[in-house]
Design a protein around this ligand. Structure first.
Ligand code: PEP
Ligand code: MG
Length: 858
């Protein structure tokens, strides 16, 4: 029996993966041979309706006529069932697709408007390491086999076929079970279930199996066959006209990776060398894997589930590598070899990066350089708040190069030198001379600034094969830090001797040493004894050594935080490791993205713990620093000042902004903010408190006009470019650290009404907590641009008025001043003489003087 059924595709996205998988699933329960044809000219060959990939490959679009042909005993029943699916169920699949598109679009709004106008393909994640970069996409843990597996020869075709079939069946069963489970879940479950069901279908797709079987028969091993089959299917899908079909290549790669992982566990985590400037995409990347990458070529990281305070992220930050985490399907998010751009601040990547995108990113990099040059003088010297509170700003490092970068950025010292990275990725620990050379380099680069060396913090997520630690169920609660030192005291002695010898080259007390993961006073006493003994050993060996070296312990364990008074007699200083202290205090693994929202140092309970322990350290008259990631964030600066610590230490990139913020702060206000934060119920309220900016000293506000925020003869092609550029000037001048938020605030007004006031002038404006000081930016364009002005005239002069919300309730002085300046500007623009005078001016200093005079500013 042969039966045909015609239908017209009414789906906006055509017959994509999910509707195709519904058709394939439906056909599976019948014996008939069932094919589908796309009735276009020239007509592509009919395909098996049980193959989702083949249906996708047909590229059926909305409005296309299709014919389904069933041949066999149950052909009529099969056609009836398929008709029901087409008429009743495909629409539901479409709605699920729409919901997903909406989710993707909402994520994409973080991408700057200028890029959105270029219709780039953005890959969204979470921002963790700043900076922008361009490079070639390199997939780690992607679809490439380790060298030996790639070279292996198959010994038996039946055995390879059986292995491949078993992997496919197991994966199919696994995905189908997950789809079932997701389908019974709550919100968003139907979309997830539909995607999983489509993936299950692809895993057992006849076209994929045919291709794998073919490769095995030709001599490939099962994993090689999976890679070859996926490569050829992916190439076919990528050649499709429809972007939707092209994007389905990712699903195939995803499935193939899961198959390879089943055939060769651990294989997809293997690595390849970087040959040129690269943006590495990986689902997960350990600190060790990152260290193995050639940093000369590593320009950016796009990662899947990786914790914000994981050592991978910490290292990336130290190396100044822009990094985006929590990217869905990171290892298959872009094809290898494409040019990609990454924006670590915005938390997204773009692939492929077209020449326009490359030009945009080059502009961003140039702006960052201008900002660094402009703000460099502010980075000199230990910053003091307006009311006289001193707070050193250090840098964390793990190499002499990072020390040099920290000092170049204006660090007052190295608050944490992580020594353990020198111990990883090798077969034997470094000997005393090798360590001495490394530490001496670091001390030299510090150029007289203090350096705190932390003894090797191995264990947890950092392992060295030659240090034996039995398999542990909870490595972060196991043998790590000082607990490992106690297992290997001779190794600790070697390190201490090297540090003490390096210290001899600098003035006394410049080099300091501290132990990680101390929990008890007994451990602190033990560490002190070993350090003192090491001084004796160094001298006995005939080397120079100071009589003393400041000895400290890290406060990373809640027990230590609650025992400051008992630890104090054994130490000279403390340094708070907020990364570990936070994970232990809140019982939320720092590397587990699933509990990332709980692992939050702004949680009031954690702030209470910090307040308590710093109070105890101050009472014991001990120097105390913060070297966890929390200490390096500008947004936390009020809390850190309020705590009363002596030093904060983070990545060198933030030194300048931190010093600037400290200099503008009022410490007594900061203490009030900290107390208020400790009384909050959750960190959302703490963030709101910080955003009020009430911790800034009122007297800190600079003039509204800043010569750096006035530019003439600028070439900008559109309104989006012009607003972004004006905001960028604000950022370069150090008047905002969150340019993206200022841009969004300006556009929030712009979208309700055009700020093109006529006669070629526009005054975009915003009030935002991201603005640190009221500023009038003036940008005169070389060629006028379209603005949607009231009089339809293009705009040649853009004046961005940006005002902080900080420290002001509605109706107070600052807010009134904003309204006054805006109104007065608007009034002035009504007068031809004012406009003509401004148009005639081409020197920023003259414009500044003119505006001051006209607006009656001091
Ligand atoms: C910390 O725990 O905060 C810390 C600085 O040490 P690490 O991140 O290396 O564990
Ligand atoms: Mg730690």
């Amino acid at each position: 029996m042969r039966i045909e059924h015609d239908f017209v595709c009414t789906l906006a996205n055509g017959l994509h993966a999910r509707p195709a998988s519904l058709l394939a699933q439906c056909a599976e329960s019948f014996h008939a041979i069932i094919q589908i044809r796309r009735r276009v000219t020239p007509e592509p060959a009919p395909v098996d309706i049980r193959s989702v990939l083949s249906i996708i490959g047909l590229d059926v679009r909305e409005g296309d006529r299709c014919t389904i042909t069933a041949t066999g005993d149950d052909a009529d029943a099969a056609i009836a069932a398929l008709r029901e699916v087409i008429e009743l169920r495909l629409d539901a699949a479409e709605q699920a697709a729409d919901a997903e598109v909406k989710r993707v679009v909402s994520v994409a709004t973080r991408v700057p408007r200028v890029l959105r106008q270029l219709s780039v393909r953005a890959i969204a994640g979470e921002s963790v390491c700043h900076g922008a970069a361009i490079g070639e996409v390199v997939i780690l843990g992607g679809l490439s086999l380790p060298v030996d597996a790639a070279r292996a020869t198959a010994t038996s075709i039946p055995r390879e076929l059986a292995a491949a079939r078993a992997a496919i069946d197991a994966l199919h069963a696994h995905l189908a079970a997950r789809a079932n489970k997701a389908g019974t879940g709550m919100a968003g479950a139907s979309t997830e279930a539909a995607i999983l069901a489509a993936h299950a279908q692809i895993a057992s797709d006849p076209a994929l199996w045919d291709s794998i079987r073919h490769a095995i028969t030709a001599g490939a091993t099962a994993p090689q066959a999976v890679v070859a089959a996926a490569d050829s299917l992916v190439a076919r899908l990528r050649a499709a006209e429809s972007a939707y079909v092209r994007d389905r290549a990712i699903d195939v790669q995803d499935i193939a990776m899961q198959l390879v992982e089943r055939l060769l566990p651990g294989a997809t985590a293997d690595q390849q060398p970087l040959a040129r400037d690269s943006i590495v995409f990986a689902e997960a990347l350990t600190a060790n894997q990152l260290l193995r990458l050639d940093r000369a070529h590593l320009k950016g990281l796009v990662l899947g589930s990786v914790g914000k305070t994981s050592h991978t992220v910490i290292l990336a930050r130290g190396f100044g590598i822009p990094c985006v985490i929590n990217v869905a399907h990171a290892a298959v998010a872009a094809p290898p070899g494409d040019l990609a751009a990454i924006d670590g601040d915005g938390g997204y990547a773009v692939a492929p990066a077209t020449p326009d995108v490359v030009a945009y990113f080059a502009g961003r990099q140039a702006a960052a350089q201008r900002r660094a040059a402009r703000l460099r003088p502010l980075s000199q010297g230990v910053p003091i708040t307006r009311d006289g509170h001193r707070l050193e700003v250090g840098t964390n490092a793990s190499s002499a190069a990072e020390v040099a970068a920290g000092i170049a950025h204006g660090s007052d010292g190295i608050g944490l030198f992580r020594t353990e990275f020198m111990f990883l990725e090798r077969d034997l620990a470094p000997d005393e001379d090798e360590q001495l050379a490394a530490y001496a380099d670091a001390v030299r680069e510090a150029a007289g600034a203090p350096v705190i060396f932390r003894t090797f913090d191995i264990g947890g997520d950092k392992l060295a094969p030659y240090l034996h630690i039995d398999a542990e169920e909870n490595p972060f609660l196991g043998v790590r830090g000082i607990r490992l030192h106690q297992r290997y005291p001779a190794l600790l002695d070697i390190q201490l001797r090297a540090i003490i010898r390096a210290a001899a080259a600098a003035p006394v007390n410049t080099v300091r040493v501290m132990a990680p993961m101390v929990a008890t006073p007994a451990e602190a006493a033990w560490f002190r004894d070993r350090v003192l003994d090491a001084i004796t050993q160094v001298r006995a060996a005939g080397h120079a050594a100071h009589d003393t070296i400041p000895i400290g312990v890290m406060i990373e364990v809640p027990a230590a935080a609650m025992s400051i008074d008992l630890l104090a007699p054994h130490v000279d200083f403390f340094s708070i490791g907020t990364n570990d202290l936070c994970q232990y205090a809140l019982a939320a693994d720092r590397g587990n993205a699933g509990v990332a929202t709980l692992n939050d140092p702004l949680h009031p309970a954690f702030l209470r713990l910090l307040r308590l322990l710093v109070r105890d350290a101050n009472a014991a008259a001990k120097w105390i620093g913060v070297c966890g990631e929390m200490g390096g964030r500008v947004t936390n600066v009020a809390l850190l000042i309020g705590l009363g610590v002596n030093e904060i230490s983070g990545s060198s990139a933030n030194v300048l902004a931190l010093k600037q913020a400290i200099r503008a702060a009022d410490a007594s206000q900061c203490r009030a903010i900290l107390d208020a934060a400790c009384a909050c119920a959750d960190s959302t309220d703490v963030v709101k408190l910080l955003n009020t900016g009430s911790w800034r000293a009122q007297s800190a506000a600079p003039s509204i006009l800043d010569l750096g925020c006035i530019e003439v003869d600028v070439d900008l092609p559109s309104k989006a470019h012009a607003i972004e550029h004006a905001v960028e000037l604000l950022w370069i001048a150090g008047r905002t650290n969150r340019p993206r938020d200022v841009d969004a605030a300006a556009w929030a007004r712009e979208e309700t009404y055009s700020t093109g006031l006529g006669h070629g002038f526009a005054i975009p404006h915003c009030k935002s907590d991201a603005v640190q000081a009221a500023t009038l930016v003036v940008v005169k364009l070389r060629a006028p641009i379209e603005w949607g002005s009231m009089d339809n005239q293009p705009v040649h002069t853009v004046m961005l008025l940006a005002v902080p919300t900080s420290g002001e309730g509605e109706g107070n002085d600052a807010a009134k001043q904003h309204m006054k300046i805006f109104a007065s500007l608007a009034r002035k623009l009504m007068h031809e003489e004012f406009r003509d005078a401004l148009v005639a001016l081409h020197d920023p200093a003259a414009i500044e003087a003119f505006m001051k005079r006209e607006l009656g500013l001091a």
